[in-house]
Write a protein that binds this ligand. Structure first.
Ligand SMILES: Cc1cc2nc3c(=O)[nH]c(=O)nc-3n(C[C@H](O)[C@H](O)[C@H](O)COP(=O)(O)O)c2cc1C
Length: 219
């Protein structure tokens, strides 16, 4: 379907987000329910915040469905033992998943392999669904590390989402600074927020269903 494209979504406001306190414990308003003992972690690695926004939306959807979830940067998480399920996300740069996400997956592989895990990547920019080689953009931008991590963690699912890029934001690291100044980067890195909130929410709802009501897969 060459030339296929979708409309960028700039008009959506983020869903209310679970508040993560300084002590690392999520909190939310409203009465406690029987599901409050369930905890789902949405851990993420980000450079410029786009992936954090996706993680927060996923956590908000899970929480809205009665499965309390908290979005936290991987750097802040030392232990996943207290979580019933983990969703791990990271941005893709130069075909690779951000290193902190990969390191997190490797460091916690034993604990992660023992609980339901999902992976997501915040990747391609633009509105084209098919690249110049006729490949599905969401498949061709799958981070290189996903094969290894699939072997390691046996995730229940994985997903690539469109990302966001603000050329006015200060580059992070020398590599990003150099790439941004390459003439080819102007075409390869269209500016804008291309995050597909409908797709993100639908994916989160699918996870909620698969977790059942107690943060574990239904019997
Ligand atoms: C220098 C640079 C390189 C990028 N390389 C890739 C890439 O290889 N694959 C991809 O899917 N997206 C790539 N992107 C897009 C980012 O993954 C996208 O902007 C992402 O949503 C950023 O997430 P963050 O704000 O959480 O860091 C690149 C962006 C920049 C600025």
């Amino acid at each position: 379907m060459p030339g296929a494209e979708r409309t960028a979504q700039h008009d959506r406001q983020p869903s209310p987000v679970l508040v993560v306190r300084a002590d690392g414990c999520g909190s939310r308003t409203g009465p406690r329910t029987e599901r409050d003992d369930m905890r789902i972690l949405v851990a993420y690695a980000t450079r410029h915040g786009a992936t954090a926004g996706i993680a927060e939306r996923i956590a908000a959807v899970l929480t809205e469905t009665g499965r309390p979830a908290e979005a936290r940067p991987v750097e802040d998480v030392t232990n996943v033992e207290g979580y019933n399920a983990v969703i791990l996300g990271g941005a893709a740069y130069m075909l690779h998943w951000l290193k902190p996400a990969v390191k997190f997956a490797r460091r916690h592989r034993a604990a992660l392999a023992g609980r339901p895990v999902w992976l997501f990547s915040s990747g391609p920019l633009g509105t084209d669904l098919v690249d110049k080689d006729g490949q599905d953009v969401l498949q061709s931008t799958r981070p290189k590390e996903f094969d290894e991590l699939t072997e390691l963690l046996h995730p229940r699912g994985e997903q690539v989402f469109f990302g966001a890029y603000d050329p006015e934001a200060e580059p992070v690291g020398l590599g990003e600074r150099l790439v941004r100044h390459m003439p080819a980067a102007q075409d390869a890195l269209p500016a804008g927020d291309f995050r597909d909130w409908d797709a993100i929410e639908a994916w989160a709802r699918g996870i909620a269903e698969s977790l059942g009501t107690h943060g574990r897969q239904p019997e």
